[in-house]
Design a protein around this ligand. Sequence first.
Ligand SMILES: Nc1nc2c(ncn2[C@@H]2O[C@H](COP(=O)(O)OP(=O)(O)OP(=O)(O)O)[C@@H](O)[C@H]2O)c(=O)[nH]1
Ligand SMILES: [Mg+2]
Length: 361
Amino acid sequence: MDIAIIGLPQSGKTTLFNALTKGKAETTGGAATEMHVGVVKVPDPRLPVLAGIYHPKKLTAAEIKYWDVPGPESLARSQGIGGKFRNTLQAADAYLLVVRAFTNPAVPHPQESVDPKRDLLAMLAELTFADLEVLERVVQRQEEGLKKSKTAERPTLIRQQEAVQKVRRDIEADIPLRRQTLTESESVVMVNYGLLTGKPVIVVFNTDESGPELSFSGLGLEEKVIAGLGQVNACARLEAELALMTEDEELEFRQALGQGEPARNRVIQISYQTLGLISFLTVGEDEVRAWSIPAETQAQKAAGTIHTDFTRGFIRAEVIPYADLVRCGSTGQGRKEGVLRSEGKTYPVQDGDVINFLINV
Ligand SMILES: Nc1nc2c(ncn2[C@@H]2O[C@H](COP(=O)(O)OP(=O)(O)OP(=O)(O)O)[C@@H](O)[C@H]2O)c(=O)[nH]1
Ligand SMILES: [Mg+2]
């Protein structure tokens, strides 16, 4: 999964990136031009337990790739967020939107005051502008294409045009693509344009060490603005420092400072929630591994995350819930006790299912 970190200049993006990846990327004076990329393993306490049963050669956690994207150079339309880094933003599965709430007077704010609500709305508007700009060009191209088209091509082109215009109208009316309901065929058309307002967003309020914590409701944001957004509070600077310590040191400091779960874990939890992701597990002597998929994914499709051929060759899935497997100690014992089930193509995979896919290759 690819998550891009976005936010205004000097909001703490690189600092948060360091906190999430245990990194040491240099923070800058607001003129960052370089992108940082880091991969982290998704903590899953079930993996070491399963490794204790299977002693696999390899233990593979799910991974998240974080992209620290330099801030928009100017809020002016067309030089903003959609500029140089549009490809990265289009390819991302979700955004972490860093909002400055810390007061550090040594760090000048581009707008000269700390105002989380204003900044959050400005960044959401950036995503909207970037999409409208893309769609304007698409509409023009579609009109030209239609003029030159042969009669037989027209119905398809008109259908595409209608999909784009509907989405554009709604984005203009401040309904981001992620909140729009599209038909299957409209979605197929829109996939081509990688619109930014279609991505899930998790807002990270970058607070002072002592808080206070912010919330959407506390900021008085309208329901329609925040629908579907995730939120999390973190003091990026402190978290980045703690992330560089040894495990024991970090734990000790966290307790002394009254800091709970590390932000790098909380951000992953909220990201999974916001994206509606779950994990299923595969076990064996070669490898024990976690795989992340959208909740309610059907077994046949889930098999395809392991290997694309597995979708075509899917026969059935042998499923045992994690807790049952741990209690039984082996899938063989699980079968005897009747907790290992055989499921078909349409079975909706549950979080913690340990699955063996039977495949016809
Ligand atoms: N007090 C305080 N300062 C912070 C915090 N997070 C970041 N800073 C400081 O704010 C400044 C900017 O942080 P960066 O992480 O470089 O911000 P950025 O968004 O990556 O900045 P650009 O990439 O230049 O746009 C640095 O001096 C950080 O030390 C925080 O939680 N508290
Ligand atoms: Mg930076």
